[in-house]
Design a protein around this ligand. Structure first.
Ligand code: ATP
Ligand code: MG
Length: 412
């Protein structure tokens, strides 16, 4: 993509109404637009990142047997009344509205109820199980505070997977597989080293649920981390009883601020019993389906990547989710640069080509702000040295490379 044809502009100054680092940087670099508090729009660069994050999540969910669906945002109150989740006393973050005829509808903040209702049409026997189904879809939550940029939206993307099994043992086995898939996802998007499986409160059916918490001062959660065991305990269940249950020594735990990037939860039969999702087992007895739910916030994840990997010059995208692989800058060498751009594009390498007029200083500052992994500079000086000056965004030293060397580097 030619930068002259990208309509978004960068800004030098932070937006005054934004306190979170992720939103400040993403707005300044032209990835997102703020519509109102907690509501953000994704612009071309931001959408490219989001799509890459989604693709990684999708691959890992498909790998564990997830079947993708896309459910509606508008919700029928009846279903939610059946599970006692329609009233504002039970759920305090509903967005609700009315149809023209006066009927109330809600905007989905999660989708256990509708997916359970769907499965009633498709699951009737043990032969129909297991079923694993997920979506990447917009959720609405009337969050009280929305000061964390895209990490806490009132409208945001969630990947939510739901599992349907015959019994608890099968649920347990899938739950572990999904936890492993989550670990893979967080590694692939570049936050594996700072993300920890965390014991959190479990509800009625199981003792614990698990969160995936990424260490960051920008987080809203507090966890107690055991580096030795590679697990953590959420503050909400941090008691002597839980620590001894998990074999953790209080003195060896570090208190940390963190961001919940994912959450997996054993639901048991709470939803299947309330909504009537039963199956016939091998001996012909009707049993409630055993369920689990598994969430990741792709938009929160994107914000977390920005928060945890940025520096004082801007965003530093991991290669796996960067909007482009390379940022080609022409410093007064437009003809050669265009040739390089076209040849790289022809080789299938995603390049953002800064073909705009502007000083070297401005172009370098924009490139650092946008955070594409490789910066390739073509100038009179670099051409005299036989090629381009190449620098990784996360490193400080640059090297001179010929066109072939650049291709090899970008293809590796
Ligand atoms: P939190 O405790 O941070 O409010 P939650 O426990 O309510 O989150 P879940 O219902 O478990 O969140 O949602 C699954 C995932 O969706 C979370 O792990 C998070 O990644 C993401 N998520 C939840 N709420 C938001 C939000 N308001 N904005 C962006 N992502 C969110
Ligand atoms: Mg949660």
């Amino acid at each position: 993509m030619k930068q002259s044809e990208l309509f978004t502009k960068t800004r030098r100054e932070n937006p005054t109404d934004e306190v979170s680092r992720n939103a400040q940087l993403l707005i300044r670099a032209g990835f997102i637009h703020k519509e109102m508090a907690g509501v953000y729009e994704f612009l071309p660069l931001g959408l490219r990142v989001l799509r890459k994050i989604e693709a990684i999540i999708r691959e890992e969910m498909d790998r564990i047997g997830g079947r993708e669906v896309f459910l509606s945002a508008l919700q029928n109150p009846e279903m939610w009344e059946a599970t006692n989740r329609w009233s504002d006393d039970a759920v305090d973050n509903w967005f609700k509205t009315h149809l023209k005829n006066g009927t109330e509808v809600g905007l989905g903040f999660t989708h256990e109820e509708p997916i359970t209702a769907i499965m009633k049409q498709h699951i009737s026997s043990y032969r129909d199980l297991p079923v694993y189904s997920y979506q990447i879809q917009t959720k609405f939550r009337n969050e009280e505070r929305a000061k964390s940029g895209i990490m806490r939206g009132r409208e945001f993307l969630m990947k939510d997977l739901y599992s349907f099994n015959e019994n608890e043992a099968d649920l347990d086995a899938f739950y572990e597989r999904c936890a492993e898939a989550y670990t893979t996802i967080f590694e692939r998007v570049g936050i594996g080293a700072i993300t920890f499986k965390t014991f959190a409160s479990g509800g009625i059916f199981s003792k614990y649920s698990h969160e995936f918490q990424a260490l960051s001062d920008a987080g809203e959660d507090t966890i107690y981390l055991s580096r030795e065991k590679n697990i953590a305990v959420n503050e909400e269940v941090y008691t002597d009883e839980v620590l001894s249950d998990l074999g953790l020594d209080r003195a060896a735990l570090e208190k940390k601020t963190s961001i919940e990037v994912g959450n997996i939860f054993k639901l048991g039969t709470r939803f299947s019993e309330a909504l009537g999702l039963f199956y016939m087992d091998q001996s012909g007895r009707a049993k409630p389906v055993v369920m689990g739910s598994y969430g990741i916030g792709p938009t929160r994840l994107m914000g977390t990547i920005v928060e945890t990997l940025c520096d004082d010059r801007g965003i530093v995208w991991p290669k796996s989710v960067a909007p482009f692989r390379a940022h080609l800058l022409s410093l007064g060498e437009d003809r050669v640069a265009l040739l390089w751009y076209e040849k790289l594009a022809h080789l299938g390498i995603d390049v953002l080509f800064d073909d705009r007029e502007g000083s070297a200083g401005e172009k370098f500052a924009d490139s650092d702000l946008i955070g594409i992994p490789y910066r390739i500079v073509l100038s009179k000086r670099s051409l005299q040295h036989g090629g381009a000056e190449v620098k990784e965004r996360s490193k400080s030293e640059a090297t001179m490379c010929s066109f072939e060397e650049v291709v090899n580097l970008l293809k590796s």
